[in-house]
Design a protein around this ligand. Structure first.
Ligand code: GLY
Length: 366
């Protein structure tokens, strides 16, 4: 198992620890100072609920329905009431057992419940392991958009159990691979090479490889978060590929296309834009395309598994959504690009004319 990774935020530092045994969790449960609660994804509960309950004795478990709709104010209020009824105090801790939805919801609840309590992330998807469980971004969705209401609230610990990935649905695993590729592309050329060389077999699922890959990504993320917790500068690197991805998710109602799949297409587009703006070589762009293909990730709108409604990927609709992205400033559309494989550039304004020309070229790849 990989060694622990320290997220060295002054005054709020914590470790991301690896474990291959449920029994290791019992020590965490023993540290209880008050009634502790676990919010567990309903699908994870079906597979591993008994194991988690046995290893976290005394912790009260609350089931969270799988899917984005759980990341809402309605669930937040319902769970907050259950916590109070269950005897929660300011000393209580919350365990988030699930993927990004449960992690973001639990983190936000921990950030605001009784004005802030501790929480521990137990990510069960590759995407949550490599990205969302580390760094303290928490949020719920509102009608106006995804993740629009939230707080930065760092967990007290993150415990990663790579063995849980054995039962993760293939598309979910793909989402984690997409975010891992993103992490490599923005910061680590040697990790890009490793992903290119790795003889990865989707069917057998090399858990040792996935554990090492996640640790490499978490080390990069920890470093970025320590440099820029509140996303004033380099944390924006982590949004590579996300500008178009958010528009894709909005166009498909946050349902048929998974976040990581949208990010894969968003990265392919950002690679094309990087080349068109003269930052990235055509050879590097092709390597990104091949890397996405190698890990069976979508490269174009046509690859996305969604009902093909007329006008779904219309350039004007996508540009309108990209203009509304929360990472923009003063009405401009900002795009993170790459200077090379393993080297990100900070988001820069891109003219709508260039964006339109790039989208037109991208549409021809389909
Ligand atoms: N998922 C991007 C970030 O944590 O900043």
């Amino acid at each position: 198992m990989p060694a622990p990774i320290n997220v060295a935020l002054p005054g709020r530092e914590y470790d991301v620890r690896y474990s291959d045994s449920f029994a290791d969790l019992t020590d965490v449960a023993r540290e209880a100072r008050a009634a502790d609660f676990a919010l567990i994804d309903a699908n994870v509960d079906r597979f591993y609920g008994r194991d988690f309950r046995r290893s976290l004795p005394g912790v009260k478990f609350l089931r969270i329905a799988a899917g984005e709709t759980s990341k809402s104010f309605i669930s937040l209020e319902r769970i907050a009431n259950e916590l109070v009824r269950g005897g929660a105090t300011r000393q209580s801790r919350l365990f988030a057992i699930g993927g990004g939805v449960v992690g973001d919801l639990t983190g936000f609840l921990a950030g605001v419940f009784m004005r802030g309590i501790d929480f521990i992330q137990l990510p069960t998807t590759l995407l949550a392991m490599v990205d969302s469980s580390v760094g303290g971004k928490t949020a719920v969705n509102i009608k106006a958009g995804k993740n629009l209401v939230g707080v930065f609230h760092q967990p007290r610990a993150v415990i990663v159990m790579p063995r849980l990935l054995k039962t993760l649905p293939a598309r979910e695993l793909g989402c984690g691979l997409a975010e891992s590729i993103k992490t490599a592309l923005i910061a680590d050329a040697s990790l890009v090479h490793l992903l290119e060389r790795q003889a990865y077999d989707h069917k057998t699922r090399d858990i040792a490889f996935l554990a090492d890959l996640s640790a490499a990504c978490i080390r990069i993320k920890a470093d970025v978060v320590v440099k820029d917790e509140k996303e004033q500068s380099v944390r924006a690197f982590l949004n590579f590929g996300h500008t178009l991805a958010h528009a894709i998710e909005a166009r498909t109602g946050y349902r048929s296309v998974l976040h990581g799949e949208a990010v894969a297409v968003g990265m392919r587009f950002a690679a094309l834009l990087s080349r068109r703006l003269g930052h990235l070589s055509a050879e590097a762009e092709l390597r990104i395309e091949n890397l996405l293909k190698k890990y069976a990730l979508p490269n174009s709108f046509a690859d996305l598994k969604t009902a093909k409604k007329p006008g779904l990927w219309s350039n004007s609709a996508l540009i309108k959504l990209m203009r509304a992205d929360k990472t923009n400033q003063q009405g401009t559309i900002r795009f993170g690009t790459l200077a090379a494989l393993g080297e990100a550039r900070l988001p820069q304004p891109v003219s709508e004319q260039e964006l339109l020309a790039s989208l037109k070229e991208f549409q021809t790849l389909a």
